[in-house]
Write a new protein. Structure first.
Length: 193
């Protein structure tokens, strides 16, 4: 796969390269990749995430399975005490207010029983590394056990529980997703942004 020469390659870190078979293109957002993968015409494309860039325009790529764009990932912070759970929830929302998350997400404060609460952070799976970095960078800490992953999201949705509070989070992405005919026309361009 041959990529176009990039200027300011560092701005492409976190974006995606798509190998269409007959050509490749650099600079797709996760939302754009997800939309293309939903199309029958592009179901066989190969997707790579740009995780490192060099001043000379080179980039390092990591193959990304197409299935990841169809899944939700989550982090779940448990507490046996409602007051502690509310502090976990408030702390997570406060972080999002101070520093926008890397992608869209939802936060729930959920009650399973009188002594079991969870603060849930659920987001598209393709953002897993960015959300981990975001929480680490904000030094988010809780006192109870925690778990994460795709299976944890499935268990959360399947469990009978009461959502006490919820909040939708949005990123302040420097790149706006294109869709429909605009995105389809862009697939022919070697450099997207």
């Amino acid at each position: 796969m041959k990529l176009a020469q990039l200027e300011n390659s560092d701005k492409y870190v976190g974006l995606y390269v798509i190998d269409f078979g007959d050509h490749s293109a650099v600079g797709f957002t996760p939302g754009e990749v997800a939309e293309l993968l939903e199309s029958e015409h592009f179901k066989d494309i190969k997707v790579y995430k740009i995780y490192k860039a060099y001043p000379d325009g080179r980039v390092e790529l990591k193959g990304t399975p197409a299935e990841i764009f169809q899944l939700e990932m989550g982090m779940f912070f448990y507490s046996a005490d409602r007051a502690a759970a509310e502090m976990d929830y408030k702390g997570l929302v406060d972080i999002a207010v101070q520093t926008a998350p890397p992608g869209r997400a939802k936060v729930h404060l959920t009650k399973y029983a009188d002594d079991k609460f969870v603060t849930a952070l659920i987001y598209p799976a393709e953002y897993n590394e960015q959300f981990s970095d975001w929480l680490s960078g904000a030094d988010y800490k809780t006192v109870g056990p925690a778990e994460g992953g795709v299976e944890a999201v499935k268990r959360y949705y399947d469990a009978p529980a009461e959502i006490i509070q919820s909040r939708q989070l949005f990123s302040e992405s420097s790149f706006e997703d294109r869709s429909g005919s605009e995105l389809l026309a862009a697939t022919k361009l070697a450099v997207q942004r």
